[in-house]
Design a binder for this molecule. Structure first.
Ligand code: FAD
Length: 437
């Protein structure tokens, strides 16, 4: 049937992109929108259920390069929304970023990825004193051994992830979107098919949710619901929190993001729970359940080797915090496409199914705008370059190299795609402290 504002639209997955899509549909006047999720927003397995995510404006560095042009279009659309849309603007923290690395290969990669925005220069950092001077005295007390980097004071920073996702969901609800959540009522076990097309989804309680259009935005779990023809590789990264004192919170306010492509990154501590989140950088962990099939699972612990990497990173940067106990940790699942471009496309064989997946490690900060592009795709009016870059493209995944680092780096020994099947030693953060997600 042709699409109209009264068409029924079913969104599978109320995570980062699902909440954004629900909001954009409602704002465009669609009146019959339902969203299914295993959990109420914020889902503890959503990659977006996190205190902070990095944002960095990108520019078009080469007009003849479609990827560069598309990145800049998305970046500018998202940035405009962060600035102007009251649903999101309270959660933008334009505090700048330091992008660093150690080995020549990683440094070349970091430098090539620096986006150039008029009037927002990158300042080269060459020494420990250069790095220390990027933050108030007493924050960075480390020696930064072998580090080099670039610092931009604006056009980058961080966004409060969970709060912006919740804000999108509550505005969508206010505009009439129905959220159906829970292990039984909201967890999708399969899509529904009719005459070769997709006609909705089935939940664990057996309910058939029929809809004129179905949007699959289940993040890393999408591969369990629909065959993505190897275009998604569910991959986990690792994060941990440490407690901060009230004095430290004050000192650590409005910090730029500190990112080392081979070691890890942190942003300022969360003001609500007084914790500093740290991620270690590496090419990721897969959970191979059969050849070529990595299956996500929830875990509120991280491998001990990840704890060691996080502490090594802290020893280089803020050594006085390097041994502080973790109060929280988790695996965070995302899914890479082979080219790390997003996948926003109707399915060639099922015209009523729209795929909105492939976050590829950088899909959070587009949350204010991404739903608009997803609705454009549903309405067959997606910008032609974006459509081309984000199309259904199984040919790019045939004979996929599952060990491909996808342009990522890690410290010596962890500079490879790792296998959770090889991990026997996990942190043992107390459950009581660990219940909050
Ligand atoms: P999710 O937000 O994961 O949403 C998927 C949803 O599907 C969840 O709500 C889940 O509950 C639901 N679901 C799963 N299975 C089912 C089912 N069977 N039925 C119904 N619902 C289901 N991006 C940035 O921009 N900046 C960053 O700094 C950044 N850092 C990151 C750090 C880490 C450690 C990780 C893992 C990712 C990071 N990303 C970052 C990437 C970003 O988080 C993701 O690209 C983005 O959140 C993906 O959104 P999504 O909607 O595709 O998936």
């Amino acid at each position: 049937s042709s699409l109209s504002h009264s068409s029924s639209i079913l969104i599978v997955g109320a995570g980062t992109w699902g909440c954004s899509t629900a909001l954009h549909l409602a704002r465009r006047g669609y009146t019959s929108i339902a969203v299914l999720d295993r959990y109420p927003v914020p889902s503890p397995i959503s990659a977006g259920d996190d205190v902070n995510k990095i944002f960095e404006r990108l520019s078009c560095t080469d007009e003849s390069d479609i990827n560069s042009s598309v990145s800049a279009k998305l970046s500018e659309a998202a940035y405009r929304c962060w600035k102007d849309d009251p649903i999101f603007s309270p959660y933008l923290h334009e505090t700048g970023i330091i992008s660093a690395a150690i080995t020549p290969e990683a440094l070349r990669d970091v430098e090539a990825g620096l986006g150039y925005i008029d009037g927002e220069p990158w300042i080269k950092l060459n020494s420990k004193d250069d790095f220390r001077a990027t933050m108030p005295s007493g924050v960075l007390t480390g020696d930064f051994p072998g580090w080099q980097g670039w610092w931009r004071k604006s056009a980058a920073g961080w966004v409060h992830a969970r709060k912006s996702m919740e804000s999108a969901a509550s505005e969508a609800k206010r505009l009439g979107v129905t959220f159906i959540t829970g292990e039984q009522k909201g967890r999708v076990t399969s899509l529904l098919y009719q005459s070769g097309d997709v006609s909705g989804a089935v939940t664990a309680d057996g309910t058939q949710h029929r809809a004129d259009r179905t949007i699959l935005s289940a993040g890393a779990a999408a591969t369990e619901i629909f065959s993505m023809k190897d275009q998604l590789r569910p991959t986990a990264w690792t994060l941990a929190h440490i407690a901060m004192t009230v004095e430290e919170l004050k000192l650590f306010k409005n910090l730029p993001v500190l990112f080392n492509a081979e070691q890890g990154f942190f942003m300022e501590p969360d003001e609500d729970n007084h914790e500093l989140k740290i991620c270690d950088e590496h090419p990721g962990y897969c959970n191979w359940t059969s050849p070529g099939v990595s299956t996500p699972f929830a875990k509120h612990q991280v491998p001990k080797e990840s704890e060691r990497r996080i502490r090594d990173f802290l020893r280089d940067t803020i050594p006085h915090l390097a041994d502080r106990p973790f109060t929280f940790a988790r695996l965070c699942w995302c899914a890479d496409t082979p080219d790390r471009n997003f996948l926003i496309s109707k399915h060639p064989d099922h015209p009523s199914l729209l795929l909105a997946v492939g976050g590829s490690g950088h899909g959070f900060w587009y949350i204010p705008a991404i739903g608009g592009f997803i609705v454009d795709a549903l309405e067959d009016k997606l910008d032609s370059q974006i459509k081309e870059c984000y199309k259904w493209r199984p040919e790019t995944a045939s004979h996929r190299n599952w060990q491909d680092k996808q342009g990522r780096f890690g410290p010596p020994g962890s500079n490879r795609v790792m296998d959770l099947g090889d991990v026997y030693d996990w942190t043992s953060i107390e459950q009581q402290q660990n219940e909050r997600t």
